[in-house]
Design a binder for this molecule. Structure first.
Ligand code: HEM
Ligand code: HEM
Length: 401
């Protein structure tokens, strides 16, 4: 099967685009003006905003000689009973389980009440998260509703044990939408929530884990490659096979439709499989959470697309000798093809749902689907009209003879 030069160009430009994505500098997000001025008024000199993780802001001061850590954590809580959590995890990894947390809960009357919570492994399997003493030496713990709309902060001074290394500490934060009294209920199951961890150097603010930084670029690349490969080029290949063979557009003089279809499906498969491999890599890197449905659909897409592709190659596009076999092959090839397109569409939406900038991706992909739906509709109408006109002409012929 020949790969056209346009396909090669596409692959090259695609690679350049990917490279440029990965060469972006990781820019630490600046804190908002309001939060920064609150931090300065408390003599907190370092500040970070986790834009892709519920926009949580973190300001602090750390004296390594005394192991004193003064923190202020803030977030916007829009829902009626939202909660904000922040804590330290003295375990080997920055993860939810094992976090000694300070949690503030927005009450229905707008006040912000809080307490200390020990987040154990039982919470992950559904046990209630209730206030309890924690393993942190805390002073001046306060929970405040700031004057700014829906903005809440937690403040504390923590005396870290001598054994804790302040230049490599696991801190964890989270935002939830629902609480009952002083019991926070489970947070969203998306990346905004799962990215709330970091290994941080308290003296410089530099993250020593790549978890939320580079990975964000890899996720964008994964989304784009999958949408382009499976979601755009494969359907174009289907349109070519369906409408460029028997009309309304005729590319069948030298069977050009077949080459164009094969080229599209090859390019789509290569680009989609690259995106899929990136997804698998991302999945294996995130050991504390997973997206089982999106992953299972993704693996099925790759498996069945590979099957379809390999079978087509093995049969050199189609068995030509036996008419009956030919018909069965066509039915099988078409059904698997359309089923694949449907699952691809569903999984792209599932992927978009877990991304932090869901609201930007969704309309873009809906526009892609709408364009395809429009093209399919127009070609189907033209074909149907042609069929009707031919039928009328045939009737006329038979009555006149
Ligand atoms: C209110 C009760 C809570 C429940 C029921 C809950 C449940 C869960 C579950 C089921 C997952 C993992 C999903 C998976 O395995 O794929 C998870 C992940 C996560 N949760 Fe929670 N959670 C709760 C509270 C919290 C709190 C208070 C924090 C912050 C201190 C937090 C921070 C995280 C983080 C950062 C992750 C990502 C995975 C990790 O690093 O462990 N969660 N949560
Ligand atoms: C049909 C197209 C797609 C396929 C075949 C696919 C496949 C996969 C697979 C196999 C995983 C690993 C799942 C796990 O083990 O947890 C994954 C993860 C993921 N996918 Fe997709 N995906 C597709 C489309 C998308 C799209 C369009 C987006 C977003 C715009 C997206 C975003 C993600 C994200 C954010 C993850 C998790 C990354 C992480 O764990 O850090 N996917 N995908």
């Amino acid at each position: 099967m020949k790969m056209s030069s346009s396909c090669l160009m596409f692959l090259v430009s695609n690679s350049i685009f990917l490279l440029s994505l990965f060469s972006f500098k990781i820019h630490a997000h600046r804190c908002t003006e309001d939060f920064l001025s609150e931090a300065h008024s408390r003599n907190l000199t370092l500040c970070k905003r986790y834009k892709h993780s519920n926009g949580v802001e973190f300001a602090w001061n750390f004296k390594n000689t005394t192991q004193m850590l003064q923190v202020m954590v803030g977030a916007r809580l829009e829902s009626e009973t939202g909660w904000l959590a922040w804590g330290l995890n003295f375990g080997p990894e920055p993860s939810m389980v094992g976090t000694q947390a300070l949690i503030g809960i927005k009450q229905t009357n707008g006040s912000f009440l809080g307490d200390t919570y020990n987040v154990t492994q039982y919470i992950k399997i559904g046990c209630n998260l209730l206030p309890s003493p924690i393993d942190l030496n805390i002073r001046n713990l306060t929970f405040t509703a700031l004057g700014y709309p829906h903005y809440y902060i937690i403040e504390a001074t923590i005396h870290l044990p001598q054994s804790v290394n302040g230049s490599r500490i696991n801190h964890v934060w989270e935002v939830g939408k629902v609480a009952m009294g002083m019991e926070p209920k489970i947070h969203d199951k998306n990346l905004q929530s799962y990215d709330g961890t970091e290994i941080i150097d308290l003296q410089t603010g530099i993250a020593t884990s790549i978890r939320a930084a580079r990975r964000h670029q890899a996720r964008i690349a994964h989304g784009i490659l999958n949408i382009i490969g499976w979601g755009v080029i494969l359907p174009i290949g289907v349109i070519i096979a369906r409408y460029f063979k028997k009309g309304p557009i005729h590319w069948n003089e030298h069977e050009q439709w077949k080459n164009a279809h094969a080229t599209c499906q090859t390019c789509g498969y290569i680009i989609g499989a690259t995106g899929w491999a990136l997804g698998i890599w991302l999945g294996t890197r995130s050991k504390y959470y997973s997206f089982p449905q999106h992953g299972a659909f993704g693996i099925s897409i790759f498996t069945f697309a590979t099957l379809q592709y390999m079978q087509t190659l093995a049969l050199r596009l189609k068995p030509r000798t036996n008419d009956e076999l030919n018909t069965y092959w066509s039915i099988y090839h078409l059904s698997l093809g359309y089923a694949l397109l449907t699952v691809i569409c569903v999984n792209i939406f599932k992927g978009i749902r877990i991304m932090p900038e869901e609201e930007k991706w969704r309309p873009a992909y809906i526009a892609v689907i709408a364009s395809f739906a429009f093209i399919f509709l127009v070609f189907e109408i033209i074909n149907w009209l042609k069929f009707k006109i031919d039928e009328l002409a045939k009737k006329k012929d038979s009555t006149s003879t």
